[in-house]
Design a protein around this ligand. Structure first.
Ligand SMILES: *Cc1c(COP(=O)(O)O)cnc(C)c1O
Length: 405
C-alpha cells in the first residue's frame, strides 16, 4: 500500500523540489531534516484559488509552519497572514504583506506583544473583554488607534475536528452572547473595530460538517454585524480544513467547500456587506502535504520475531507521527523508503526513533520494502505542526535542519 502523494518520483525514488532525497541529504549535510517542496506549495495555493470564490481572501496561519523561507514564499501568493505570537508577527512583518493584512490571534498576548502589534498596525483579534481594555489603553498611550477584531466563541460546536477550539466554554474568543456589549464598549473607545473572527477547530475532514459550520459562522457574524453602528470591513471565517493522515481517511471535497462559500458570499454576505474583506484562514491545508521528515536508519535488529528499524530521528522532531499530538488512538502516518517509493515487496517492521522512551514510534507494524542501515526513511504529511510542534529539547539531541526546495 503506497501513500497517495504529490511528490515527483524518478527511477523508483522520491524527489523533493526535483532533487532525489539522498542527494538532498548530502546537500543538507546531516539527517534528520525536514524538506518542503516549493512547487507543491504553489500548486496548493493555485488549487485553492481555482476552487474558492475570487473575492475570498486567503490567509496563511503561520503557526502551522513558521520556517522563514517558507513564509516568505507563501507571502507572495496568499493575501494575508495570521500570527499567534510576537515572534510570528515579526516574521510576518518581514514579508511584503502589509501590516493591515496581518491578524494576531491567541490567548495571553503580553503587553509587549500588544504594544508591538498596535505600533505595527496589525489587526489584533481580541480574545477577551480584558484584552480589549489593555489594547485600548495601549492605543491611548501610543497615540495610535488600534485595529481590532473580536474573536467570537460561537454558540454552536463544530463536530469532527481533530482539535476543537470553539463552542462551549473556551479560553479562545469572546462568547457570542457577550459580543454585543463589547461592540458598544469598543465603539465608545478610541479603537478601530474592523469586524469579527471565528476559528472553531483544526483538522476537520468532514465536508458536510464544514459546509454547515461555514453557514452557521456566516449567520452568526452577520447577526453580530447588525449590532455595529457602521458595517464591519473584516470577516474572518476561520478554516480548519483537514488533510488525510491515515490509510482510512479521504481528502476533503474542496470543490464543495468552494461552491458553498461562493453561495454564502453571493446570497448572504455581499447583499449586506459588498466591500468587506472576507477571509479564509488556513495552515495545515496549505503546508501539511508539501513537506516530509527524512531520517536515516541507524540500526536494524530483530527482537523475538519483530524487525525494528531504528532511525536517527523521532518524536522530538515529528511528535504528531508518534501519535502524541492530541491523537486519542495511535495510528501510522504515511511512511516510505526514500529510494524505493513504488516498490511492492514489503516486510512488516517497527520504525522507532532514537529517543530512550517507548513513546518514540514512527511506524508500528508498517509494511516497507526491506531497508538496511544507511537507508533513508520518509515520513509524509510533515509540512504542518512538525518541527515547531515537537519537544525538540527532549533528550538534548541537535535540532534538525529545514530546507525549502
Ligand atoms: C491554529 C490556527 C489556525 C490554523 O489552523 P489549521 O488547522 O492549521 O488550518 C488558524 N487560525 C487560528 C486562529 C489558529 O489558532
Amino acid at each position: 500500500m503506497t501513500h497517495r502523494h504529490e511528490f515527483a518520483t524518478s527511477g523508483g525514488g522520491m524527489l523533493v523540489g526535483g532533487v532525489p532525497v539522498e542527494r538532498l541529504a548530502q546537500r543538507v549535510g546531516s539527517t534528520p531534516f525536514f524538506a518542503y517542496d516549493r512547487t507543491l506549495l504553489s500548486n496548493r495555493i493555485a488549487l485553492l484559488r481555482a476552487e474558492l470564490p475570487a473575492d475570498l481572501e486567503l490567509s496563511y496561519a503561520v503557526k502551522s509552519n513558521p520556517m522563514p523561507a517558507l513564509v516568505q514564499h507563501l507571502s507572495g501568493i496568499v493575501d494575508s497572514l495570521d500570527v499567534a505570537s510576537g515572534a510570528e508577527m515579526k516574521l510576518a512583518l518581514d514579508t511584503p504583506i502589509a501590516p493591515g493584512e496581518i491578524s494576531f490571534a491567541g490567548p495571553a498576548k503580553s503587553i509587549a506583544e500588544l504594544t508591538q502589534a498596535v505600533a505595527a498596525g496589525v489587526i489584533i483579534e481580541l480574545e477577551s473583554v480584558t484584552e480589549a481594555d489593555r489594547v485600548t489603553r495601549i492605543g491611548a498611550e501610543l497615540g495610535i488607534r488600534p485595529h481590532v477584531a473580536i474573536r467570537v466563541n460561537p454558540d454552536f460546536e463544530v463536530k469532527g475536528s481533530g482539535m476543537r477550539m470553539g463552542g462551549g466554554a473556551q479560553q479562545f474568543g469572546v462568547d457570542a452572547e457577550d459580543v454585543p456589549a463589547l461592540i458598544r464598549q469598543l465603539e465608545l473607545a478610541d479603537v478601530d473595530l474592523t469586524g469579527f473572527h471565528v476559528f472553531a477547530g483544526s483538522q476537520n475532514l468532514h465536508t458536510e460538517i464544514i459546509l454547515e459550520a461555514q453557514a452557521k459562522t456566516v449567520d452568526l457574524l452577520l447577526s453580530l454585524a447588525r449590532e455595529m453602528s457602521s458595517p464591519p470591513v473584516y470577516l474572518n471565517l476561520g478554516g480548519g480544513l483537514g488533510i488525510p493522515y491515515y490509510a482510512n481517511e479521504e481528502p476533503l471535497d474542496l470543490h464543495a467547500v468552494g461552491q458553498n462559500l461562493e453561495m454564502l458570499l453571493r446570497e448572504r454576505i455581499r447583499p449586506v456587506l459588498p466591500h468587506a474583506r472576507v477571509v479564509l484562514e488556513l495552515g495545515r491545508y496549505i503546508v501539511g502535504e508539501c513537506g516530509v521528515y527524512v531520517t536515516r536508519v541507524v540500526d536494524r535488529k530483530v527482537s523475538r520475531g519483530k524487525t525494528f528499524l531504528v532511525v536517527d530521528g523521532g518524536m522530538h522532531h515529528q511528535m504528531a507521527a508518534s501519535g502524541n499530538f492530541g491523537q486519542v488512538i495511535r495510528r501510522n502516518y504515511p511512511i516510505a523508503v526514500a529510494d524505493r517509493i513504488d516498490s511492492d515487496d514489503a516486510e512488516r517492521v517497527q520504525v522507532v526513533g532514537c529517543l530512550c522512551t517507548p513513546l518514540d514510534i514512527l511506524g508500528n507494524g508498517v509494511e516497507l520494502p526491506r531497508a538496511d542501515v544507511g537507508d533513508l526513511i520518509v515520513l509524509f504529511q510533515a509540512g504542518a505542526y512538525g518541527l515547531t510542534a515537537s519537544p525538540t529539547a527532549f533528550l538534548s539531541h541537535p535540532m534538525p535542519l529545514e530546507v525549502l526546495v
